[in-house]
Design a protein. Structure first.
Length: 187
């Protein structure tokens, strides 16, 4: 007995194609390209600050919250970032920063300080070029400087959880006619 091919209707073919497309769109992507992730070494900011010469020229992937963006006269940009731990996609996690964690990113192009403003989350793949020393009242800080290879600026709204936070478009003055059980309130 010979197996007959399954004949799909045009509507079923379209739905199957759409479902396949949606499945691929739903896959999470990483913030930095695979090529740079393969070249990157896993070292912390503290290790680089203590022994900068050992790590000069190494590529790292760090992320955090932008503290300041300073356009330079030579059309480059210097960005200061407060380091945060990265999640599985490479997005800086909200919450506590890593102790002693600040680094600078030097790009060869202009980054608009209005877009790359303080508080925005960023993930950077870059080459360690130097460690700068900044004097403060209580002592001095050693801040690693990365020459940016790739920068991912994260969305302002970030991920939205249906169980905790409210979406950015939520109107606190709106009173829903639906009760917590999913049924309408009875007035």
């Amino acid at each position: 007995m010979k197996a007959r091919p399954i004949a799909l209707s045009r509507k079923m073919e379209t739905n199957l194609l759409l479902l396949t497309f949606l499945m691929f769109c739903g896959c999470a992507h990483y913030a930095i390209s695979e090529n740079l992730r393969e070249k990157a070494v896993s070292i912390g900011l503290q290790e680089v600050s203590q022994n900068p010469e050992a790590y000069r020229g190494k590529i790292v992937i760090w992320g955090g919250e932008i503290m300041d963006t300073l356009p330079q006269k030579d059309k480059t940009t210097l960005m200061e970032v407060l380091q945060k731990t990265l999640d599985s996609r490479g997005e800086p996690e909200s919450g506590e920063e890593i102790p002693g964690g600040r680094f600078m990113v030097l790009t060869d192009k202009y980054l608009d300080p209005y877009i790359y403003k303080p508080g925005r989350k960023v993930t950077v793949a870059g080459e360690i070029v130097e460690v700068r020393t900044e004097s403060k009242d209580a002592g001095s800080d050693r801040i690693p400087v990365l020459s940016a290879k790739e920068i991912n600026l994260w969305s302002i709204f970030g991920a939205y959880s249906f169980y905790g936070e409210r979406p950015p478009w939520y109107d606190p003055n709106y009173h829903s006619p639906w009760g917590p059980t999913g049924r309408p309130y009875r007035y």
